[in-house]
Design a protein. Structure first.
Ligand code: NAD
Ligand code: AHE
Ligand code: ZN
Length: 376
């Protein structure tokens, strides 16, 4: 297959708001500094549904979605030295070139090298490697893992330990790394600090794991779904608050301030709801509390608070992919998983095949789903 176009199955999003279509796609061979990957497993993330809905300002169609994938390198283009055919890999929607202003800053995991073309759904040379029904199909987040074969930039892929099962490592491509990294890298939660996590999905529960690893004091999970209490406890939360069950007149902010003697040291929004983001900021301790926005809000939504909240020392920030540099740090997370220090298996509540992808999207929208993993 090396150097040749591969015809395989993919789930194509032809139009916003419509079901995905499982059909043949032609995947061109990788050009210079590109890698063709046989995807074995992919997770389904809310951000895929968000872009499919048509609300993502960067979303264009037709497109192959998916950004939580693991597989094996099939072939590489000219000049690729970081991975080779046969390597077990995870696709990276946050690439790491190690040479741009961002990568060299030491201040962020965002990489600027290919962000412009990635946002347009194209490979770095401005073209697509996918064709179906005689037309070009766009790439998504530089990964497009809802295809049995995909082509990515060589800076958008990392080789990981081959003894780590790919149906688990795929989840390190987004949800788990995002939450775990937010607690360990972006917030760098200190020992004994009080933490509140809004939203106990894959991302929020991964923040809980990160907070446990950082030896946080109180780890308070806030969720409107009562079924999330046992999930929170299983991952190491010390307390659970359901904002819909508070006494009349008490807000979730009042409750958290009361539980933490003045406010939390760190809070995390893992819901994407801008009202929740405000509550998370205002539940922070005066003088130093930090609130980290992780959730992706719908297009057009804005956050608000009284500026006095910041004047009095609360800090509002956010992160993508948990602040983790994929090529440098993902093998470390896989090692944590292999050593039993990072839970991954526990997140998989649903398993489907690529052909059943629309069912997986339906599952994701139910309260009992943490992650649905697709076998390609
Ligand atoms: P999820 O839907 O599985 O979990 C969200 C949880 O929030 C659910 O348990 C839900 O009951 C709870 N919730 C909803 N409204 C609430 C409210 N008002 N108060 C308290 N809890 C509430 O989602 P997920 O997969 O964990 O992802 C969370 C968010 O993070 C999504 O918006 C997703 O798009 C985003 N995301 C961001 C990044 C990033 O890099 N920044 C990466 C992955 C996902
Ligand atoms: N394209 C959207 C924004 C979507 C977004 O915030 N994406 C996150 C990852 S979510 C993963 O599930 C991200 O990485 N953002 C940083 C980046 O560079 O895209 C929009 O509003 O335009
Ligand atoms: Zn995601």
């Amino acid at each position: 297959t090396v150097g040749k176009t591969i015809t395989c199955k993919a789930a194509i999003a032809w139009e916003a708001g419509k079901e995905l279509s499982y059909e043949d796609v032609e995947v061109a061979p990788p050009k210079a500094h590109e890698v063709r990957i046989e995807i074995f497993y992919t997770g389904v993330c809310h951000t895929d549904a968000y872009t499919l809905s048509g609300k993502d300002p960067e979303g264009a169609f037709p497109i192959i979605l998916g950004h939580e994938g693991a597989g094996i390198v099939e072939s590489v283009g000219e000049g690729v030295t970081s991975v080779k055919p046969g390597d077990h890999v995870v696709a990276l929607y946050t690439p790491e070139c190690k040479e741009c202003k961002f990568c060299k800053s030491g201040k962020t995991n965002l990489c600027g090298k290919i962000r412009a073309t990635q946002g347009k759904g194209l490979m770095p040379d401005g073209t697509s490697r996918f064709r179906a029904r005689g037309q070009d199909i766009l790439h998504f987040m530089g990964t497009s893992t809802f295809s049995q074969y995909t082509v990515v930039a060589d800076i958008s892929v990392v080789a990981v330990q081959p003894n780590a099962p790919m149906d688990r490592t795929c989840l390190l491509g987004c949800g788990i790394t995002t939450g775990y990294g937010a607690a360990r890298v972006t917030a760098a939660v200190e020992e004994g600090s009080n933490v509140a996590i809004f939203g106990a999905g894959c991302v929020g529960l991964s923040v809980v794991q990160g907070a446990v690893a950082q030896k946080a004091g109180k780890i308070i999970v806030v969720d409107v779904n009562p079924a999330k209490e046992s999930w929170a406890t299983q991952f190491g939360a010390t307390d659970f608050v359901n904002p819909t069950k508070l006494p009349e007149g008490q807000t979730v902010v009042d409750k958290l301030i009361e539980m933490t003697d003045g406010g939390c040291d760190y809070t995390f929004d893992c819901t994407g709801n801008v009202g929740v983001m405000r509550a998370a900021l205002e539940a922070c301790h005066k003088g130093w509390g930090q609130s980290i926005i992780i959730g992706v809000a719908a297009a057009g939504q804005e956050i608000a608070t009284r500026p006095f909240q910041l004047v009095t020392g609360r800090i509002w920030k956010g992160c993508a992919f948990g602040g983790i540099k994929g090529r440098s740090q993902l093998p470390g997370l896989v090692a944590d998983y292999l050593d039993g220090k990072l839970k991954v298996d526990e997140f998989i509540t649903h398993r489907k095949t690529l052909a059943q992808i629309n069912e997986a999207f339906d599952c994701m929208k139910q309260g009992d789903c943490i992650r649905a993993v697709l076998n390609m």
